[in-house]
Design a protein around this ligand. Sequence first.
Ligand SMILES: Cc1cc2nc3c(=O)[nH]c(=O)nc-3n(C[C@H](O)[C@H](O)[C@H](O)COP(=O)(O)OP(=O)(O)OC[C@H]3O[C@@H](n4cnc5c(N)ncnc54)[C@H](O)[C@@H]3O)c2cc1C
Length: 406
Amino acid sequence: VEIYERTSAALADRGAGIVTHPPLHQDLVAAGAIWDGDLGVKVPGRAVLDRDGTIVVEKILPQIVTSWGLLYGSLKRAFGAEHYHFGRSALSVEIHPKRPILRLADGTAQEFDLVIGADGVNSRIRGQLFPQMQPRYAGYIAWRGVVDERDISPQARDILCERFTFGLPPGEQLIGYPIASASHETRRGKRRFNFVWYRPAEESTVLHDLLTDRAGHRHGLSIPADQIRPEVIRRMQADAAELLAPVFAEAIQRTRQPFIQPIVDLESPSMVVGRVVLIGDAAFVARPHVGMGVTKAAGDAAALARFAAVVESELDDALEKFSRQRRVYGAAVVMRARCLGAYMQTQQLTPEERVTAERFSTPEAVLSETAIDISLAGMMSGSFLPSGPSEVSSVDLPAGPVATAQ
Ligand SMILES: Cc1cc2nc3c(=O)[nH]c(=O)nc-3n(C[C@H](O)[C@H](O)[C@H](O)COP(=O)(O)OP(=O)(O)OC[C@H]3O[C@@H](n4cnc5c(N)ncnc54)[C@H](O)[C@@H]3O)c2cc1C
């Protein structure tokens, strides 16, 4: 396997927290990923804080929350440096019945058994296979950031770094949890606090303003953190002081470089075209409320490795089966995430969506349903789905995400 990564510097940490689920641990172990200490920080449960900082609902729910950097570092160590090529951007793929050709931005081209588009939400490979499929803006954004726990007050640390916390201003949602340090330390005193604050942002007005940079240039659906206008950050911090518990406002205030991510949905019609395969966010992007994007991406990779381990003459059939199985899973994750996030959308909701939005907007529902492995979340009955894609049914669903481990 050769990996071509467009980023030129060695990727170390993207300053983002990641909720993990047991299937992800299994897939990491199966892939030979190793980590020195814990995979992340173990939190015993969850709590909703009201505007005054009082805990209004609590739930015991042990979970491991981690950092993007720690997961990435463990996989990178396992893969090694020899076949990992930084600063090499995929440009296009030439589809041939047997040996697709990958063209890179530096003008080189090479033939492979398989070309795997694992190039994220704005995948070039998907753009070429399915030009009509574009990420669909969901009507709200996430402000994200991390702050060292030693940079916040002891009172804020005691509340925010010992559990998974939620703040629920009307029509908005903030989640926060402790993650490993930039050097992957998970011990008390060394950790960071990570937050994700979902806020409605009407596309032509609020979003337009948020994504207009210091030079007055309007970005598409992402803006580099250092290009966000200072007044936009100051306004967000002032809103935090007005709408959120003081401990959240303090952590946000002390975050050096908050960044913005518009929330999108995306479902590819297929994960395979000939010998070209899409996995992870390149294939399906679920809103982050399920906290399953990384688990899904790892599950896709593990399933592909398993399905593709056949003789050449059986490969096309095997890839077709891979696509069928993982599309069902991807579509189910996307659908569940849409339900969980519906109450934050700025768009007009259908009556059916309004019912779903209401159902998932209470503090109790947010606390119990957010960032839960879908195989534990009533998925098998399909009961929470308002009108899911036809292929998502209790009959078709794989037996949990570890369909990959059979
Ligand atoms: C606000 C927010 C919170 C989230 N929280 C969680 C969470 O708690 N838990 C969770 O599991 N998931 C979470 N996610 C989702 C998760 O981050 C993604 O699902 C996951 O990163 C997808 O992994 P991927 O490898 O498919 O894509 P990516 O992580 O996007 O990786 C794609 C890689 O491809 C590279 N690349 C792109 N184009 C090219 C090219 N042309 N050539 C070469 N390389 C290229 C990129 O540089 C990048 O390194 C969250 C997402 C958001 C927006």
